[in-house]
Ligand binder design. Structure first.
Ligand code: NDP
Length: 263
């Protein structure tokens, strides 16, 4: 069923009738977002590389009465992403909500392999995020023409705006992500596609478990501990769901979400 802009939606299911894609949905912010969007009525495709985790999340979403689809895919592999987009359309229909979230953080390691870490982050955080936009923008524009609006929500980072010693490469990829998201908003808003950039600070996810360098990990964990309680993936997911459920004439264009104690 297609929900048009004029049909009322229940307050418990404000996203009923929506078809969503969440990249990086195997853990953290993406997993929490997929669960919440489904609980609010959207049909949700979960994209990431770890297939087993996606299958488990989908089983839990469906056991709770939601509709979801596991779509194993690597955003840095164009063929994998194209196949994923085709599968989503075939199984769930045209996409009207994209949460472009997949990403990774690796340290600079100057003189100790910085180039390969930078290259990998460019491939996933920048080229991968652009590839997701390319794969789903035709759906978003067509859906907006039919139902009144559609959403492209990009998860960048507070690192896009600040200096993050030891993570210059990561910060640069996220600055690129924030800037292309801002520019896309200008290009897509005439089509009634709302573009939202979310820049989280330190969130309690497994992102920092994959830094790949024990000394950096220890220093980061110490710095993170000084922040006290962190926002969870669900805290960010609630903001994403809120943005997607605004009336069609309201676009939350850019949002920061930080731990209370993070400067
Ligand atoms: P997680 O490590 O929990 O999640 C990262 C997700 O990205 C995983 O689902 C991972 O799945 C997926 N992913 C990584 N590489 C690829 C790839 N090549 N193709 C497809 N999926 C991929 O961390 P977060 O939830 O914290 O991260 C989500 C986003 O939030 C990232 O963009 C991150 O930069 C951003 N962010 C996080 C902050 C934090 O403090 N946690 C702060 C600011 C921004 P899989 O490995 O299965 O492919």
């Amino acid at each position: 069923m297609t929900t048009t802009a004029t049909q009322p939606r229940s307050s418990a299911h404000p996203l009923a009738g929506r078809v969503a894609v969440v990249t990086g949905a195997s853990s953290g912010i993406g997993e929490a977002t997929a669960r919440l969007l489904a609980a609010q009525g959207a049909h949700v495709a979960l994209l990431a590389r770890r297939a087993e985790r996606l299958t488990d999340h989908v089983a839990q979403i469906e056991a709770a009465g939601g509709r979801a689809l596991a779509v194993p895919a690597d955003v840095a592999d164009p063929a994998s992403l194209t196949a994923a987009a085709d599968r989503v359309r075939e199984r769930l229909g045209r996409v009207d909500l994209v949460v472009n979230n997949a990403g990774l953080a690796l340290p600079d390691l100057l003189g100790r392999g910085a180039e390969s870490n930078w290259q990998r982050m460019i491939e996933v955080n920048v080229t991968g995020a652009l590839a997701v936009v390319t794969a789903f923008t035709p759906d978003l524009i067509a859906a907006a023409a039919d139902r009144g609006h559609a959403d492209l929500i990009t998860i960048s980072s507070a690192a896009a705006q600040t200096v993050l010693p030891g993570f210059a490469g990561y910060a640069a990829t996220k600055a690129a992500v924030s800037h292309f998201s801002r520019n896309l908003r200008a290009e897509l808003s005439p089509h009634h596609v709302r573009v939202t950039t979310i820049e989280p600070g330190t969130i309690d996810t497994e992102l920092r478990d994959h830094l790949g360098d024990p000394a950096t990990s220890a220093a980061v964990q110490e710095a993170v501990a000084s922040l006290g309680e962190l926002p969870s993936g669900t805290d960010v997911a609630e903001i994403i769901a809120f943005a997607a459920s605004r009336p069609r004439h309201v676009n939350l264009s850019q949002l920061s979400v930080l731990p209370t104690r993070e400067a």
